[in-house]
Design a binder for this molecule. Sequence first.
Ligand code: ATR
Length: 286
Amino acid sequence: MTEKIRAEKTRAGVTGWPVAHSRSPLVHGHWLKKHGIDGSYEKIAVAPEDAVAFYGNFAASGLKGCNVTIPHKETAAAACDVLDEAAEKMGAANTLWLDEGGRLCGANTDGIGFLGNLDQMAPAWDDRHDCAIVLGAGGAARAIVWALCSRKFTSVHIFNRTFEKASEIADQFGLSVYAHSWDKLGTFLGKADLLVNTTSLGMTGKAPLDLDLADLPKEALVTDIVYVPLTTDLLKQAAERGNRTVDGMGMLLHQAVPGFEKWFGVRPEVDEELRRLVLDDLEQTS
Ligand code: ATR
């Protein structure tokens, strides 16, 4: 009997290279314990040379599903039989699961995590949805642009040091998404309903994000995907002048929700207890 239970235990994990510093086991471990589920969530290091074989023959891993982190999100998406709309659009998957028929399904939940965080921390934040400003044009920016388009923002303006990367995202998402070089930011700040930083600027150990917010409307919401430090200089500066702000921790937590639900059959909550747990861990390790 014990053997039978052991054989049926659902296993999931985070896959990537490296995975040692991932906070996902802390998050999923907390939910497993909270819901009394006899499952596991492991760290699984997948070397770049093994990635195509690992995701291509995912059933052999014995996992019900997994998260995918850098640098395998594209390889994982390519191995899937079915992709959700966001993963399809981004060509990158961060959440995988095997369905009843044994098909490998993939989702990209970064955009959902971004929206979940704002919905929870700043209710009705998207009532004003004329103009969003996105700083940066990496993978996170792409997911956020997708998310903002899904909430019907009239215009989304991407500003990036490397204009070509902003332009690539704008071309992909169509008419309401515009690419700009960084030096044009000043002329758009005055129209923004939402300002999002997706660059690594302002992160502990990185260069500061040097912005003059003087022209930003006081009604605009300001958010940062950087969560170390939790209150970035951008958020501090915005709050001091009266803007509503949301930190980046919730995006990390909310993006984990769909995976847990797929693997373990329970939709978990992002609550203060979980937020505190991850914040304490960050404080101890950084
Ligand atoms: P992710 O996929 O997590 O979003 P990324 O692809 O490394 O991360 O993107 C990081 C973003 O931060 C990019 O927009 C990058 O600008 P470039 O496309 O020009 O590289 C931006 N970034 C990083 N360091 C920067 C710096 N010192 N000045 C301006 N932008 C910077």
